[in-house]
Design a protein around this ligand. Structure first.
Ligand code: ADP
Ligand code: MG
Length: 634
């Protein structure tokens, strides 16, 4: 193969943007570069272990996989070297010149230019190799892919400003060496003590040895000098393979940060060895913050699959249901074949067993937080719900087998708390139900205020009956999958006739019947005026302040859901709502005796009921004209 020995290439636009952003926003966190480079070296060794199964000759006379970290005070350089898989020239150009990660575009479109906000986002995106430019003004990478001849070595070099060079070199050993030429003022890193403490902090659990040269006291120079003897800095056994009792909470947290590239500690974790028909270890974490791509439909989830300690693949989406896609962790299986592919995973019974078990573990972790009396744990559940509640709700439809458990984990805003906080569980609601109340009532709306101020709630407020306020997009969809909790029917306050059951007394019922008779003629006339707009017009006793409201028929889609479908460009059935009027409202009493402007009044009543539930008028200008006319003539 003949290639130009040395060529100069430009970084992909996103890389340039990332470099700029990182150097400015991550400066106070600069030591993470070492974690990133060690994590890459460890990934490279994982890949060699995996590909080496089919090519044992690739190990040659260098079978012990390890990472070495060193520094040179005179040169002001740091080096991180591995004898893992290495890279070919093409791989170098694409891996260290572009960002291939999925979701990159969406990530960059979310950046605001506000450094603090962007810094938080970039942490979630994961900065990787390029983070080394925070402390280095020049980086040299020398690498050779396992299996290629020594003449196929490659040197990559860049100052991080926009271009890099690649040239062919002779490199007898496989693997990768990264040399960082430190920026002015970063000499702190030229110290064994400092490097060791960073490695222990971030990379202790890396499953292969990280070695540094030992230091010894030199009597003549009267200082510590670096010797040629190597020592291992880390524990070098896979964290999940150790006994639970030997792992500290800090180590669990650090491992999470390594897996997720997150800066924050996770909310909770769970490590289990499962034995039986299927044998595996699972270490699962619930993060404290939603990742930037939580809503990306292509996101695969955060579970790394290992088979007998050999890394197989990232983001094994079959190991966790979609609605738990925020969970990060490791599954290490004893039963799966090493050459397992995503296609095989889809069919495997072992995988099904792992998924079921992992799902139960996550639900147990969440239950433990949700049901705890401990204030700190309660607060954690609150955080969890704010970040991931909407995703968990997908589980109501997606995972019927665990529906009962997920229902208990749901939290809602409610008329009882009158706060946007979603804090009320269904069990709590049931425990507060009024004497004679047999249903769980809810109202849906586009926003918290729309739901909270819905006219449909008036009678419930008057009677002191609690109503759940549902404003997440997924709510309507979720509600189509459950109709009952704890034997109580779940009912919309905006659907069907109002049946308060034992909540209203005999006397009330009689009065209602009389009022209905009294209004019969008026209703007929209104119905004629509204033939095109309303399916029916009837008297209601659910309103106390408003003159009218719209309701959907028992079996039809609610107005809110119809609007959502239309907004999403979906086909929505053409159904007309029912107009309900408040017989006690002065406007209605006026209407009974007003013939001249009957049409106008009736239309205005309908239109304002539509506006009040967050709907859009068909003819806003006509509405305004009518209102003005009525105002002038009153
Ligand atoms: P990530 O690790 O998330 O993929 P990085 O920016 O850290 O992103 O690294 C980019 C890519 O460069 C890696 O996916 C890998 O293919 C390659 N790479 C980086 N370091 C090494 C290394 N030490 N050995 C082999 N390949 C490496
Ligand atoms: Mg990386």
């Amino acid at each position: 193969m003949t290639v130009a020995s040395k060529e100069t290439l430009g970084f992909q636009a996103e890389v340039k943007q990332l470099l700029q952003l990182m150097i400015h926003s991550l400066y106070s966190n600069k030591e993470i570069f070492l974690r990133e480079l060690i994590s890459n070296a460890s990934d490279a060794s994982d890949k060699l272990r995996f590909e080496g199964i089919a090519h044992p000759d690739w190990y040659g006379d260098d079978p012990e996989l390890k990472i070495t970290v060193g520094f040179d005070k005179a040169d002001r350089t740091l080096t991180i070297a591995d004898n893992g898989i290495g890279m070919s020239r093409e791989e170098v150009i694409s891996n260290l010149g572009t960002i291939a990660r999925s979701g990159t575009k969406e990530f960059f479109s979310k950046l605001s230019g506000d450094q603090q906000k962007d810094a938080a986002l970039i942490g979630q995106f994961g900065v990787g190799f390029y983070s080394a430019f925070i402390i280095a003004d020049r980086i040299t990478v020398e690498t050779r892919r396992a299996g290629l001849p020594a003449t196929d070595g490659v040197r990559w070099e860049s100052d991080g400003s926009g271009e890099f060079t690649v040239e062919s070199i002779d490199r007898p050993q496989r693997g990768t060496l990264i040399k960082l030429h430190l920026r002015e003022g970063e000499d702190d890193f030229l110290s064994s003590y400092k490097l060791k403490s960073i490695i222990r902090k971030y990379s202790d659990h890396i499953s292969l040895p990280i070695q540094m040269k030992k230091e010894a006291w030199d009597e003549e120079k009267k200082e510590q000098v670096v010797t040629d003897e190597l020592e291992s800095i880390n524990q070098s056994s896979a964290l999940w393979a150790r006994a639970k009792s030997e792992i500290t909470p800090e180590q669990f947290d650090d491992f999470y940060k390594h897996l997720s590239h997150d800066y924050e500690n996770p909310l909770c974790y769970s490590l289990n060895r499962v034995e039986g028909r299927s044998e595996f270890t699972q270490l699962l974490y619930v993060p404290a913050k939603a990742p930037f791509d939580l809503w990306d439909r292509n996101k695969r989830g955060g579970i790394k699959l290992y088979v007998k300690r050999v890394f197989i693949m990232d983001d094994a989406e079959q190991l966790m249901p979609m609605y738990l896609r925020f969970v990060t962790g490791v599954v290490d299986s004893v039963d799966l074949p090493l050459n397992v592919s995503r296609e095989i995973l889809q069919e495997s019974r072992d995988v099904k067993a792992i998924r079921e078990s992992s799902t139960k573990r996550v639900l147990s972790m969440l239950e433990e937080l949700a049901n705890s009396e401990d204030a700190a744990k309660k607060e954690k559940y609150h955080t969890f719900w704010a970040q991931f509640g909407q995703v968990l709700k997908e589980g109501i439809g997606e995972d019927q087998a665990n529906q009962e458990r997920i229902l208990k984990l749901l939290r809602f805003a409610s008329t009882h708390t009158d706060s946007t906080d979603q804090n009320v569980s269904l069990a709590e609601y049931v425990s507060r139900m009024k004497e004679g109340q047999d249903k769980i009532y809810y109202v849906t709306g586009d926003t918290f205020n729309a739901a909270k101020n819905s006219p449909h709630l008036e009678i419930f407020r008057k009677k002191g009956v609690e109503v759940l306020l549902l404003t997440d997009r997924v709510d309507e969809w979720m509600l189509s999958f459950f109709t009952e909790f704890d034997g109580k029917q779940v009912a919309s306050v905006a659907k069907g006739g109002l049946d308060l059951g034992a909540l209203s007394d005999e006397k009330e019922k009689q009065e209602h019947e009389e009022t209905e008779k009294d209004f019969k003629d008026l209703l007929e006339r209104m119905k004629t005026v509204l033939t095109d707009k309303a399916k029916d017009v009837r008297v209601t006793f659910r309103l106390t302040d408003s003159p009218a409201c719209l309701v959907a028929d028992e079996n039809e889609l609610s107005g809110n859901l119809l609007r959502m479908l239309k907004a999403a460009g979906q086909e929505a059935p053409d159904t007309k709502p029912i107009l309900e009027i408040n017989p006690e409202h002065p406007l209605l009493l006026k209407l009974k005796t007003n013939d001249a402007q009957f049409n106008e009044w009736t239309n205005v009543l309908f239109d304002q009921a539509l506006l009040a539930e967050g709907g859009q008028l068909n003819d806003p200008a006509g509405f305004v004209k009518r209102i003005n006319h009525l105002l002038l003539s009153s």
